[in-house]
Design a binder for this molecule. Structure first.
Ligand SMILES: [Zn+2]
Length: 119
């Protein structure tokens, strides 16, 4: 799944912050950890935060992973739309020159084109 920063256009450099919530009981006076809370504790509601947070390695904004994933999907659709046209043009040129590229070489070209757009 491609990721993209919703703020800048970075698609490659990220911090992936995995979060492992631990339910703890703290001493109300000192704040010291007394024990871990059992998941069966009737007063304990389940953790509702995100498990993975991402920070853009270029501009530094931090968001829920899904924000980066959604943005990545949107921009990869745009990239795909650009790629649909480019091979079509090069294909017709190649037919004229009798130099049809095999599909593997074409997809290599495509990934090179993508790399140029990435930061
Ligand atoms: Zn960014």
């Amino acid at each position: 799944m491609p990721y993209a920063c919703p703020n800048c256009r970075n698609r490659m450099r990220f911090y992936r912050i995995e979060q492992y919530p631990v339910a703890v009981k703290l001493d109300p006076q000192t704040g010291e950890m007394m024990e871990q809370v059992s998941p069966d504790d009737p007063l304990l509601i389940p953790y509702r935060g995100e498990m993975v947070r991402m920070q853009c390695g270029v501009c530094g904004i931090a968001e829920n992973e899904s924000v980066f994933a959604k943005r990545g999907q949107q921009t990869s659709l745009q990239h795909h739309a650009q790629n649909v046209q480019q091979p079509f043009i090069s294909k017709t040129m190649n037919i004229g020159q009798h130099q049809l590229l095999p599909p593997a070489a074409m997809s290599d070209n495509r990934s090179n084109i993508n790399k140029q757009f990435r930061l």
